[in-house]
Design a protein around this ligand. Structure first.
Ligand code: 3H9
Length: 696
């Protein structure tokens, strides 16, 4: 059956698109719309046309899987031109999401009506692209250039109500959308008025033409967040053209920009991430038949920084939380911080402070582990110490109700060992949140040996419900993210010892696209945690430890690898630190040398990739793209590079293998020797993307 059909409802012709899952504009859909428009014209008699979609959504965009393949006519712009110049008015009826090419299609129609809960937007920027079928020109004509700029450069989904306020959506239809759209079409067809086409409507451009200051202010604001990505800048340039470049000329420029970006590395990386995120939701051994357990109440153990943040994640999603501590004082302090965080974000977002009370009411503070009894899920965030974790798990086994999913938020420790002290190891897993837990998107879900598939499915489902990007990983020291990070930390200390200075290392890492370098990051997170952990393990890192021994724990003491001015977070080079570093080299008999930026970059990134290869080979991650999702969402790996494993494939595994072998020799460190999987794939001329190990 054709994916696009049409039917008559009296004077109104209705074109329906039915191409699951999201009605993307594949060749069949584009050709189908063109065919139905031609047919309706030749049949004659229709006074207006409604363009509507079956299934869960209006058109969610161009078909991303077709990018990079030879184009097949009709192109989307051809179809939009047919709609825009159609003799009778066309009404787009939007439900679900009108995104990207889908919104561009709707902008080619004379009118748009929508269900009140529909969303619209041009998210191409998130795929490293500009809208390529007129979005950067018609949206400014519909809602004004400054508003359009914000929508296009952020790529965020916008509510239908806002579209209605801005004039993009003519009418919000409560109830049956099709019936409402037909009634609307009848009304406009009977009005006798000329039907608006955005091609000819420049009324919303006039004010900006006269005074560009508001547009320029928005431009500066949105571009300040572009972080080395080409697409936001290109989007802004295209929107700027809408102000006074003739439409056809601007459309040509937009198209050329789209074609340039779609062939570039950044867009390829960002498209990889789009599919990688969806792939991460597919967990080996957890098929669609495995249903998550019901979770209405979560107990969080520990109201410290981590526990408090985790409690906020659940409460913000409307889930009841029992927050458990050892004393009333700890609870009071924890709750105070949670409230302060909520109040600050309400203030930032201009929301009513009364909403904070509503969320806080979802959190029930309690002293004593026995209060986990009515929870469907428990997340413990007590101190990182195995003996304590085992005591807690033994108690939870006693108090938790049958079927309760019991999770540890440990960053490093062995979940199997915790599961083993319970009589229900199938219910135990890890849920590793990242700090600040209420902000960071990543959630590593740690599958232990005995974790039941439905317990895993429950953690995945709740992860998505609280707005996280969940990735399943296996048990090992540090799981995926921190285990790879440890390689970078080790190289950071070595590079300092061999001749680099903190600001030089940080500059290379931020130049690569990370928001912060490892040393500034260490100062922000606090250096004392690692110091204590090294002491416990009997390990010494000469520079890091000497810095801590000097009472320099990072930003909180205004001194770490850098110094800080009171109330400011800008790292300032500190000669005292540089003397500590130089002395450490002398003490350990290391002759300092000039280290090139290229070497710094290689030693910051390649050892992590090497560890990623080991992780893959051990089955701790199910696929290379899962590792990318961990690094993008938890550690600020630059989006335009697609994550460490995608980046490795782009660089070429043979080069990485050779550079690692060189670094191993240079530093006399056998752990830098290329991992067996890396060597094997490089020899076969393959990339990590081709490796399908099977399980996490
Ligand atoms: C564009 O439009 C360019 C134009 O300006 C110019 C052209 C010339 N194509 O996310 P879900 C698949 S660029 C192909 O799990 P949800 C997706 O992979 C595009 N496939 O569902 C998944 O497959 P699978 C601009 C697509 O309900 C399945 O559909 N548009 C596309 O959580 C379900 O997806 C966008 O960037 C696509 N465009 O969320 C919007 N979209 O089941 C991208 C989805 O095999 N899409 N699939 O894993 C989305 O943001 C979400 O999918 C959406 C639904 C919000 C629509």
């Amino acid at each position: 059956m054709s994916v696009v059909t049409s039917a008559r409802h009296g004077d109104i012709a209705v074109i329906s698109i039915n191409s699951p899952p999201v009605n993307a504009l594949s060749h069949a859909v584009r050709a189908g719309i063109a065919e139905q428009l031609t047919k309706i014209k030749s049949d004659g008699g229709a006074k207006a046309i409604v363009l509507i979609c079956d299934g869960r959504t209006f058109v969610a965009g161009a078909d991303i899987t077709e990018f990079g393949k030879p184009p097949q006519a009709p192109g989307l712009s051809d179809v939009i031109a047919m709609l825009e110049t159609n003799a009778v008015p066309v009404v787009a009826a939007i439900h679900g999401t009108a995104l990207g090419g889908g919104l561009e299609l709707a902008l080619g129609c004379h009118y748009r009506v929508a269900s009140p809960d529909a969303k619209w937007g041009l998210p191409e920027v998130k795929l490293g692209l500009v809208p390529g079928a007129g979005g950067t020109q018609r949206l400014p004509r519909a809602i004004g250039p400054a508003e359009a700029l914000k929508v296009i450069v952020t790529g965020a989904h916008q509510p239908a109500k806002l579209g209605h306020q801005l004039g993009l959506i003519a009418e919000l239809v409560e109830g049956d959308l099709k019936a409402g759209a037909i009634a609307f079409a009848q009304k406009v067809a009977a009005s006798g008025k000329a039907h608006p086409s955005l091609r000819d409507d420049t009324s919303k451009l006039t004010a900006t033409r006269a005074d560009r200051s508001a547009f320029d202010a928005t431009l500066t604001e949105v571009l300040s967040k572009s972080r080395g990505l080409e697409a936001p800048v290109a989007c802004a340039e295209c929107v700027k053209l809408s102000i006074d470049t003739p439409l056809d000329e601007a459309l040509k420029a937009e198209r050329a920009t789209f074609l340039r970006l779609v062939a570039g590395d950044q867009s390829k990386a960002q498209r990889h991430l789009f599919f990688a995120e969806r792939e991460a939701a597919r967990v080996p051994g957890v098929g669609p038949d495995v249903k998550p357990r019901k979770v209405d109440r979560v107990a969080v153990l520990g109201a410290g920084t981590m526990g408090g943040g985790i409690a906020m994640c659940f409460a913000s999603a409307g889930i009841q939380v029992t927050l458990i501590e050892q004393s009333d004082d700890n609870l009071k302090r924890g709750l105070g911080i949670i409230r302060k965080n909520y109040e600050a974000s309400a203030k930032r977002q201009g929301r009513d402070i009364a909403g904070v009370d509503k969320i806080m009411a979802l959190i029930t503070p309690k002293v004593g582990l026995e209060h986990v009894a009515d929870a469907d899920m428990i997340v413990e965030a007590v101190f990182e110490e195995m003996a304590l974790k085992k005591t807690v798990f033994t108690a939870l086994d006693k108090y938790a109700k049958p079927g309760c999913v019991i999770a540890s938020n440990t960053s490093y420790l062995d979940i199997d060992a915790m599961a083993a002290v319970t009589k229900r190891p199938g219910d135990v897993l890890g849920m590793h949140f990242f700090s600040p837990a209420n902000v960071m998107k990543l959630l590593e879900i740690v599958r232990a040996k005995a974790t039941a598939p439905d317990a895993l499915a429950t953690a995945m489902a709740i992860g998505r419900r609280i707005g996280k990007v969940p990735v399943v990983v296996g048990v090992c020291h540090g799981f995926v993210g921190n285990r790879m990070l440890a390689q970078r930390s080790k190289q950071t200390e070595l590079l300092l010892l061999e001749g680099a200075l903190p600001h030089e290392i940080d500059a290379v890492v931020t130049g690569f696209g990370f928001p912060m370098g490892p040393l500034a990051m260490g100062d922000l997170a606090g250096l004392d945690v690692g110091f204590r952990s090294r002491k416990d393990r009997g390990v010494r890192a000469e520079i890091a430890d000497t810095i801590c021994e000097a009472g320099r724990f990072g930003q909180k003491t205004l001194k770490g690898y850098y110094r800080y001015e009171e109330g400011r977070r800008t790292p300032i080079r500190d000669p005292e630190v540089e003397a500590i570093i130089v002395n450490a080299s002398k003490k350990l008999g290391v002759t300092r040398r000039q280290i090139s930026e290229q070497e710094i970059l290689g030693r910051m990134i390649y050892p992590m990739i090497n560890e990623g290869a080991r992780i893959l080979e051990e089955g701790v991650a199910a696929r290379a793209s899962d590792i990318d999702i961990v690094w993008i969402n938890g550690y600020g790996f630059p989006m335009g590079k697609g994550g460490p494993m995608h980046y490795a494939d782009a660089v070429g595994l043979a080069k990485i293998r050779d550079d690692l072998a060189h670094f191993a020799k240079l530093t006399n460190d056998p752990t830098l020797e290329p991992a067996p999987l890396l060597v094997k794939l490089a020899a076969e001329g393959k990339g990590f993307a081709s490796y399908k190990p099977g399980k996490a």
